[in-house]
Design a binder for this molecule. Structure first.
Ligand SMILES: [Zn+2]
Length: 283
């Protein structure tokens, strides 16, 4: 009883502080804590949809997890890739290619990469918007297409980019454009908008029945991560194989493999895993 009283006191104190913070216009304090390890068996037999900006994003952020979901837990994984990636080439064979040629190359690479981690090509939806130009298109048009795609996916879980700049991920520290690609932010925002819209029956009633995934996560590479997946050696191996299917996106397969291994190792810090992929929950 004494314990219950203390707990009640703590609850009231925390609740009061949170309310006081909101009243002052600032969010309640959040204590940094170690990320929770996701138990993928909880998603057995379910459907997950990953929404990315570019054809190689999912491989960089979540392909190890995708491989484990499809190979061990009978999860149906669906990809929605908003742009065709037609501005991106880092390999010698496409340095002089046109944007149209690159878009064709990247379409094939995306399907090959998805297949390596067990995703059926029919579940890869490339929306074909121009690379690096998501913010230039009609916002409502993309939001409607994403709302329709999310509803039709029947997904239980959705994942996408974080919708704001992540200045902790600095190019000078090896993060490239990961934390500040306008397409990443735009797709994160549009997906979150579409996710909220997807469950509202009076909104876009011609775009399918209302259906909103029960869980929503952002890809995370910062200490804001709330959940991580232990992808293990097997998940890392398939993640690297899937990324290397994007032959137009690297100059050296050795360097790219090393970078992905280092990334997975860094993400695992503070967790029981050796290699991990991490996410920030929003639900
Ligand atoms: Zn990208």
């Amino acid at each position: 009883m004494k314990k219950l009283t203390i707990c009640l006191f703590l609850l009231l104190t925390i609740g009061w502080n949170a309310l006081a913070s909101v009243a002052q216009g600032v969010p309640p304090p959040v204590s940094p804590s170690a990320p929770t390890m996701l138990d993928l068996s909880a998603w057995r037999g379910k459907t997950i949809v990953l929404i990315s900006a570019h054809p190689d994003d999912i491989e960089a952020c979540a392909a190890g997890m995708v491989y484990l979901l499809t190979s061990q837990y009978n999860v149906t994984v669906k990809y929605i890739i908003v742009t065709n990636g037609d501005k991106g080439c880092s390999a010698s064979f496409c340095l002089n290619s046109t944007s149209q040629e690159i878009s064709v190359i990247r379409y094939g690479e995306a399907l090959n990469a998805a297949a390596i981690v067990g995703v059926d090509p029919s579940n890869v939806n490339i929306m074909d918007y121009e690379d690096a130009m998501v913010t230039a298109y009609n916002e409502v048009e993309i939001r409607m297409r994403l709302t329709k795609a999310i509803r039709e996916s029947g997904a239980d879980v959705a994942m996408t980019w974080f919708p704001y700049p992540q200045f902790k991920l600095r190019p000078s520290q090896g993060w490239g454009d990961l934390g500040y690609h306008p397409d990443h932010q735009a797709v994160g925002k549009l997906t979150l908008d579409a996710y909220m819209n997807s469950g509202i029956k009076r909104l876009f009633p011609d775009l399918g029945s209302p259906a909103r995934p029960g869980q929503f996560y952002f890809f995370s590479f910062t200490d804001d991560r709330t959940h991580c997946v232990d992808i293990g050696q097997a998940g890392l191996k398939q993640k690297i194989a899937a990324y290397l299917a994007h032959k137009s996106q690297y100059f050296s397969s050795f360097a790219m493999s090393y970078m992905l291994t280092t990334l997975a190792s860094e993400m695992a810090k503070g967790t029981p895993a050796t290699y991990a992929e991490c996410f920030q929950a929003y639900f």
